[in-house]
Each structure stands twice: as C-alpha cells, then as structure tokens.
Write a protein that binds this ligand. Sequence first.
Ligand code: 4NP
Length: 156
Amino acid sequence: MAEPSILFVCLGNICRSPMAEGIFRALCEEAGMQVHIDSAGTGSWHVGEPPDHRAIQCLKGYNIDISHLRARQVREMDFDTFNLILAMDYNNLRDLHRLMPSSSQVRARVHLFGEYTGLNPVEVPDPYYGTAADFEKVYHMLHRGMQNLIMRLRHG
Ligand code: 4NP
C-alpha cells in the first residue's frame, strides 16, 4: 500500500495546523508509521512566516519542535497530492471546497478533523486572539484526535 499522505489545514497556517503537523509527526515516529505530513492555510496573510510563538512555546513543553515550519497557502495541486485533507473548523472546510479544483484533479478526501477523528466538540477553535491556555486546549484536542487518526490509518 502506498504511503498515506495527510494535509492539515487552518486559516493562517501559524497556529492550529502547524501544531497538528508537529504532533502528528511525533506520534507517527513513535508508532513507526510512514506518513507524508504537511500543513497549509486557506489564507495568505502569513505565508513564509514561522508558527506563532505561542504555538512554538506550547509544543516545546511536549518536546515537539515546530520552529522550522513556514506557513504556506493551500494550492490546487494539494487536492491531487494528498489522500486526506483535514480542516480544523467549518470555515476552513468551506474555504477548502472553494479552493478545490474541478473534480478530475481531486484525489483527496476532505473532512473536518474533529469529525474524522471523533472529537466532541467537533471544531478545533482558533486560538489566535486567545491566551496560552487556549493553545494548551488546542494541543489536547489535537493530541486526542491524532490518536484516533493513527488507529483509523492502522486499521483501514
Ligand atoms: P490559525 O490561526 O488559523 O490556527 O493559524 C490564525 C492565525 C492568523 C489569523 C487568524 C487565525 N489572522 O487573522 O491573521
């Protein structure tokens, strides 16, 4: 079976999705799973920037380094490159459907991260205007979801 490939998507690609990328990469390494992992934003405001310092700081507390990541915007090619694209909230999901090219070029399945991984509540809330505690909350939601994602990948 080909290596699965997963793209995590939020609005700016500086808070939630780079955190998702870092957490999932760490868990896949721990589990000895080969997965192609990336993240992107539906917006372009922060392209080229490192993750938000609060996201970097939060994950540092869990021994995960995401300081080298740089924000990029979702591109049409992503819908053909990845098998699975997971959006952090309903706005991201709606924007992904807008950015999606016509069906012939779409290989990816596009879902809400929380729906795909059984989170309740189902959206990972935007912590950008929040506090360090909001970033911690995002960490715990993502971590919980990722464990389910790994199980889904393992057991088909
Ligand atoms: P993210 O958070 O989508 O989790 O990366 C945000 C980052 C930047 C902005 C909004 C949300 N912004 O408005 O610039």
